[in-house]
Design a protein around this ligand. Structure first.
Ligand code: THU
Length: 522
């Protein structure tokens, strides 16, 4: 019975993305910031390999981690909770959710008034309590609805419970939800019922209700659900997905209860996904710029993680990640921060690894689908499949090495090049009595592929040395690096086989920084 436990540490980013400045963020790194607090603890996360994630090495690298890790870039143009979770689940958003610093446009409000039969007051970003003081009495007199927004993508409707009963207010929210689609697709429409008699004693009742935007495309949650498996949502996951693709859900009062319920879910018998959001990191500590509070919450999670791991079954996979950053030491704003997120995967059948920096959070969706055996197409790549492909390519390089013609040096080298279409070209070094015509294994592989019409490559593995068995990395020479740079991007993975089933992974730009290439010849 295969299960995935996916835990989102809300806002636990691990360093600014290259485009952070466009989002108003500079020098942000949520995990780095909290790691300097005396309350920060991460023993369990470090044992899984947290410190092996690019940019988090200062936490201490672990030579024999128990888990597989990666740093994930956010491909979507956003840094909010909704877009972050959708991308984790396989859906990329080209545009951020709309915000309305000057209020909603006339076309939206006139349609809203036409369908509700009520006028609109306020229509500005406003504090939820102040808006009642400033517009509550006029609402009582006229019955017009108080519509306001915030820095977030929200359309909020406040109404007195005696003028507009909550059920009626929810109906108005559904009307707004139906209007606010496409370009005006706000993240949430929120009902804000209140009571009281005058400006001084108006108060909000607990009948608040959120009407979220449905994900714009099929997520891995939908795919898991339609395959007949369980999708159990803990915390605000159900709201983020507007209930889509979820079979069971429970809301929580915060991190402690979220962790507790996820631990309990381990004891349940089900096949599928348990998806938890731990919101306190963001809501209580990130936005409030409380570094020590954030660090304590992280320490609490880390401590309970030990318990979690010890209870996991053989067919369970745990994935821990985040949806964006919210650096509590960044004082230019109290907003989220545009960051990479960490991904930590642990399971008895998951080989420890570091996948470097990945292009999208959607690798999580692809990995979930892969592990659960569910069909789901997205822009992400399954890291379990990737690991298997890496091992296969290394084995092909070791095999190719057997063909090496190296009577003069005694060093035999093999290379295996994976093309984007899935085909593999191998090569070996071919020496010559006059020495200089000698060609390396990597170039043999690249030239074989190129001469067969291949131009797009996914990774290369290299194995070499003068012993029968590979015993340590045999890195490509400068000329081979230059040849690779002609056809491959800077983040092209180069796997150096170090032994039986072991390899070291570099990006081409690590091996050849600032390389000369085709772009200089245009
Ligand atoms: N060699 C390779 O095949 N690839 C490299 O990138 C480094 C060197 C071969 C060439 C020669 O046959 C032997 O290793 C010793 O230099």
């Amino acid at each position: 019975m295969k299960r995935v436990f996916l835990i989102v540490l809300d806002s636990c980013g691990c360093g600014e993305m290259p485009d952070a400045e466009k989002f108003g963020d500079r020098g942000v790194n949520t995990i780095k910031r909290i790691s300097r607090s005396p309350y920060f603890r991460a023993e369990n996360m470090l044992s899984l390999g947290l410190g092996n994630i690019p940019g988090l090495e200062f936490l201490g690298k672990n030579a024999s981690p128990l888990g597989a890790v990666a740093r994930l870039a956010e491909k979507s143009a956003g840094k909010d909770t909704t877009i972050g979770h959708w991308e984790i689940s396989g859906v990329i958003s080209e545009k951020p959710l709309p915000v309305y610093p000057n209020g909603f446009p006339e076309e939206v409000l006139s349609e809203f008034s036409r369908q509700t039969g009520r006028g609109v007051l306020c229509n500005k970003p406003y504090s939820g309590t102040q808006v009642l003081k400033d517009y509550g009495e006029e609402h009582l007199k006229t019955g017009d609805l108080i519509v306001y927004t915030s820095a977030d993508s929200v359309f909020q409707i406040a109404a007195h419970e005696e003028i507009v009963p909550p059920e009626q207010l929810y109906e108005y929210c559904r009307i707004a939800r139906a209007i606010l689609k496409g370009g005006h697709g706000v993240g949430r429409v929120i009902a804000r019922p209140f009571k009281g008699t005058c400006a001084d004693d108006f108060y909000r009742t607990p009948n608040r209700h959120d009407f979220s935007l449905e994900p714009p495309a099929e997520t891995v949650l939908d795919a898991v659900k339609s395959s007949g498996k369980t999708v159990y949502a803990i915390g605000k996951i159900n709201d983020i997905f507007a209930g889509k693709g979820i079979t069971e859900y429970v809301y929580t009062s915060g991190n402690t209860e979220g962790i507790e319920l996820t631990l309990k879910a381990l004891d349940k018998d089900f096949e599928g996904l348990c998806f938890t959001n731990l919101v306190d990191f963001d809501m209580l500590y990130g936005h409030r710029r409380d570094i020590d509070g954030y660090a304590k919450a992280f320490a609490e999670f880390d401590e309970r993680l030990g318990e979690f791991i010890s209870k996991m079954r053989a067919d369970d996979i745990l994935m821990i990640s985040a949806d964006h950053g919210c650096d509590p030491g960044y004082l230019e704003s109290t907003d989220h921060t545009r960051e990479y997120t960490p991904l930590v995967i642990y399971g008895k059948s998951v080989a420890p690894a570091c996948f470097g920096t990945r292009r999208t959070f959607a690798d999580i969706a692809a990995t979930v689908a892969d592990w659960l055996g569910v069909d789901y197409e997205c822009e992400g790549e399954s890291l379990l499949k990737l690991r298997a492909a890496e091992e296969k390519l290394c084995a092909a390089a070791v095999e190719a090495r057997k063909k090496a013609y190296a009577p003069y040096s005694g060093y035999s080298v093999g290379a295996a090049l994976l093309c984007a279409d899935g085909s593999v070209y191998t090569g070996c070094n071919i020496e010559n009595a006059s020495f200089t015509p000698t060609v390396c294994a990597e170039r043999t592989a690249v030239f074989k592929a190129v001469s067969e019409g291949k131009r797009s490559f996914s990774m290369i593995a290299v194995a070499g040395g003068n012993k029968e068995k590979v015993d340590g990395a045999f890195p490509p020479c400068g000329v081979c690096r230059q040849v690779l740079a002609e056809f491959c991007p800077p983040d092209f993975p180069v796997l150096l086989v170090t032994g039986e089933k072991s390899f070291k992974k570099y990006s081409l730009s690590e091996l050849l920084p600032e390389s000369f290439g085709p772009s200089f010849m245009q």
